[in-house]
Design a protein around this ligand. Sequence first.
Ligand SMILES: O=C[C@H](O)COP(=O)(O)O
Length: 253
Amino acid sequence: MADAARKPLVAGNWKMNGLAASAPEFVRIVGGHGALKAKVDLMVFPPATLLTSFATATRGSSVLVGAQDCHAKPSGAHTGDISAEMIADVGGRAVIVGHSERRADHGETDAVVRAKAEAALRAKLVAVVCVGETREERDAGRATDVVGRQLAGSLPDAATAATVVVAYEPVWAIGTGLTPTVADVAEMHGFIRAALTDRFGEQGAATRVLYGGSVKPDNAAELLRAQDVDGALVGGASLKADDFLAIARAAIA
Ligand SMILES: O=C[C@H](O)COP(=O)(O)O
């Protein structure tokens, strides 16, 4: 359960899914639910190919649009990459950095993730910084060590509650249908909250920490009620607007 001072946030990460026809339908259903706006922030992170159409379609609605990654530099010879400034230019308001799929597939280190988060702040985007342990790391009793190291290395010194969101996503829970127990979620979120408060003081205490990993409409209420959970970063279930909305409602139940 989020502290009353931290407005819940439910974010949908579409990963490498979605074609041109996807934006209008999703925005029609999700954007139409203005009643949720006062109680929960909604963000959607489509693939880069759909960023412009989502940003255009959500203009004036309660849904903010972001990108799934950015380069650390503002421009240059980096084939295939997009910069934080380019995301902002087309109406993006946020960017995910350090998702475990980027860390694993593209060898992104904490230093790389931190540079990307700094780029996001430079471009006035909210940085959603992802952390999380693997199954092996959890089984070895190293989950908090790993997450603590990722937080220390990935978050910019200039992070504030308004500019950074932390997403805790145990790697073994992503796309598997497996989730940690509510007690394990609460324990890790408490650990993250303490680390944020130690480093950033009041800003750390006010920074939102999302849970991600196999969040679905039928388990969202239980997971999001855990202490220090301020919302969810949702993968697969965010592709269906109705499921995404059900999770958003669960976040404020
Ligand atoms: O960014 C989202 C997460 O990786 C969770 O994905 P999932 O909900 O499909 O498990």
